[in-house]
Design a protein around this ligand. Structure first.
Ligand code: SF4
Length: 288
C-alpha cells in the first residue's frame, strides 16, 4: 500500500536556535585561538553538541576557574548571577538569549515592578523558566512557578492574599495549559494581567502540527526527549491521532507495526532538531 508522507512546513530549527548555533560556530571561526565555552547544552540535541565539540566548542555545566576565553549564553537565557559569575572568572560573554525569551524576562520584571504577584507558567527546573524567575526576583519575591493549573491550586492561599496577579508563560508551552491557568485565576482575583509569551515560532509549529495530525493516521515527532517544545508537540498530537516521539530514525523499527498499518503519515520536529535527522527519518520511512 502506497504511503502518503507529509512533512510539516515548520519542523526543525526555529530562528532562535538557528541564530545560537550559527553565531557560536562563527565565533569559533573568527576566534580560532580563543577557547569557546557554552554553559549548558546550546540546544537539546546530542549530535549537534558533538559536532560543536569537534569544532573545539566546549559544552560545560560550570566554567573552569582559570581557562579564559568566550562564554556563550544559550537561547534559554541565564540568571544575572550567572552573568556576574562568568565575568568575575575573567571570561567575555556573548549573550545569545533568544529575543523572544528576553521579552518574557522583561514582561516578568514589569509585572513584579508594578506590584503584581507573578505567576510563571512552565516547568520550574527548565533553564528558561529558572532564568525568567531569577531576572524578576531582583525586583520582588512574590513569584510562583507552576507547570500546570493543578500544581497552581496548591498556592491558592498565597494567590488570594494578593490583590493583583500577573502571568507570563514559557515560550514553548502549550496554549491549553495557559488557558487552564487563566480560567482558574479569573475566579481567584479581580485584577489579572496575562502576557501570552508563547513565541510565534512555537504557536505556528503547534498549530500546523495539529492540522497535519487531523489528516494523518500516524504522526511522528522527531527530536530530543529532553526538549520541552518537542515533548509538548507529542503531548498535543497524542490527543488527536496515534503519535510516536523518536529522537532518530534508528527508533523507527520499534514502531514498525504502526508504520506498516498507516497510510497517511505526518512528520513534525522540535525547534532543536537538525534538518539531516529529519531527512533520515523520511528516507527510512520511504523504505517501508
Ligand atoms: S522556541 Fe521560540 S523562544 Fe525558544 S529559541 Fe525558538 S524562537 Fe526563541
Amino acid at each position: 500500500m502506497k504511503k502518503n508522507i507529509k512533512l510539516a512546513k515548520h519542523a526543525g530549527f526555529c530562528y532562535g536556535v538557528k541564530r545560537a548555533v550559527e553565531t557560536t560556530k562563527k565565533l569559533k571561526t573568527e576566534n580560532k585561538d580563543t577557547k569557546i565555552w557554552v554553559l549548558g547544552e546550546l540546544i537539546h540535541n546530542s549530535q549537534v553538541i558533538q559536532s560543536l565539540s569537534r569544532l573545539g566548542i566546549n559544552t560545560v555545566d560550570e566554567l573552569p576557574e582559570n581557562e579564559g576565553g568566550i562564554c556563550v549564553i544559550r537561547s534559554h537565557g541565564a540568571s544575572p548571577e550567572i552573568f556576574k559569575d562568568i565575568k568575575s572568572k575573567g571570561y567575555d560573554v556573548v549573550d545569545l538569549t533568544c529575543p523572544d525569551v528576553k521579552k518574557v524576562q522583561q514582561k516578568a520584571i514589569q509585572l513584579v515592578q508594578e506590584g503584581f504577584l507573578l505567576v510563571i507558567v512552565g516547568k520550574p527546573e527548565h533553564p528558561e523558566v529558572s532564568a525568567i524567575k531569577a531576572n524578576a526576583e531582583i525586583y520582588g519575591q512574590d513569584i510562583v512557578v507552576t507547570p500546570d493549573v493543578e500544581s497552581l491550586m496548591a498556592y491558592e492561599k498565597i494567590l488570594k492574599e494578593h490583590k493583583k496577579i500577573g502571568v507570563v508563560v514559557q515560550t514553548t508551552q502549550r496554549i491549553e495549559v495557559l488557558k487552564n491557568v487563566v480560567n482558574y485565576l479569573t475566579g481567584i482575583t479581580k485584577e489579572l494581567r496575562v502576557f501570552n509569551t508563547i513565541c510565534a515560532s512555537t504557536s505556528l509549529r503547534q498549530n500546523e502540527a495539529r492540522q497535519l495530525a487531523g489528516e494523518s493516521d500516524l504522526m511522528i515527532v522527531v527530536g530530543s526527549k529532553k526538549s520541552a517544545n518537542t515533548t509538548h508537540l507529542a503531548e498535543i498530537l497524542r490527543d488527536i491521532t496515534e503519535t510516536i516521539h523518536i529522537e532518530t530514525d534508528a527508533e523507527l523499527d520499534d514502531f514498525s507495526e504502526l508504520i506498516k498499518k498507516a497510510v497517511n503519515i505526518g512528520i513534525t520536529a522540535g525547534a532543536s532538531t537538525p534538518e539531516d535527522i529529519i531527512d533520515k527519518v523520511i528516507n527510512k520511512l520511504n523504505e517501508y
